[in-house]
Design a protein around this ligand. Structure first.
Ligand code: 13P
Length: 258
């Protein structure tokens, strides 16, 4: 982390977990144990049907609510889809874009790029996910792959908007597997992502972008991961479903930075 230049962000991704009733219970518990300090921004990205409950219950708190996906189009005949401005109107501040689980369902780099543009037009903060498979890591193409994903994702986005984007590095082999990247592995790629952004948009902007790590981050390994200079927070799946664990990760972000 480096709080001098950029925000620390601890974000949960509930994926397809919790009903609206369970959301209400979770939020009540979270509120009662939420740390008072403001050393980081906190986000919870929840299933679409849970958004109204999450927004209502967390209104007076510092926890920002987000969607887990949006459609690139502003409206129209896209049965089952949700437009970015619908998320904004429902009270969302964030939206996850390009999660590997959605890419596995057919989402392309071009889709990711269009969705980021749609999200920003609706004044949402996109949390843009990139990450390599185990096969790619073993073939030593991780950095090439990540470069491509970042370049495609950020293509055509005006410079002044880049600093508002949050990037999440999520190695696919570490998601939901309990096999966390080591702090060194995670730092290496997060640093690489910053270098790619620096080459595209300059040092000032690269320095300002928050880059998160995701993939089996939990209350035990968070401190060490967050201590890395280019890891500005976490995108947390499983551990964000348990208030005590999520709070411990928020607390782990309370450490001195350079
Ligand atoms: P886990 O924390 O469950 O590994 O999930 C990570 C993730 O995919 C967050 O988007």
């Amino acid at each position: 982390m480096n709080r001098k230049y950029r925000k620390t962000v601890i974000a949960g991704n509930w994926k397809m977990n919790k009903t609206p009733s369970e959301t209400k219970e979770f939020m009540a518990e979270l509120k009662s144990i939420m740390p008072k300090g403001r050393w980081c921004d906190v986000a919870l990205c929840v299933p679409a049907v849970c958004i109204p409950t999450a927004v209502r219950t967390m209104r007076e708190t510092r926890v920002g609510i987000g969607g887990e996906n949006c459609n690139a189009n502003p409206s129209g005949a896209y049965t089952g889809e949700i437009a970015a401005n619908m998320l904004t109107d429902a009270g969302c501040k964030y939206v996850i874009i390009g999660h590997s689980e959605r890419r596995a369902m057919g989402e392309t780099d071009a889709d990711v790029n269009a969705k980021i543009k749609a999200a920003m037009a609706a004044e949402l903060i996109p949390i843009v996910c990139v990450g390599e498979s185990l096969e790619q890591r073993e073939a030593n193409v991780t950095n090439d792959w990540i470069t491509l994903q970042i370049k495609m994702a950020l293509n055509g986005i005006p410079e002044e908007k880049i600093r508002k984007i949050i990037v999440a590095y999520e190695p696919i082999w570490a998601i939901g597997t309990g096999r966390t990247a080591t702090p060194e592995q995670a730092e290496e790629v997060c640093e690489h992502i910053r270098t790619v952004i620096r080459k595209l948009f300059g040092a000032k902007i690269a320095r300002a972008v928050s880059i998160l790590y995701g993939g089996s981050m939990n209350e035990k390994n968070a401190f060490e991961l967050l201590a890395q200079p280019d890891i500005d927070g976490g995108l947390i799946g499983g551990a964000s479903l348990v208030p005590e664990k999520f709070v411990k990760i928020i607390e782990a972000a309370n450490q001195p930075t350079i």
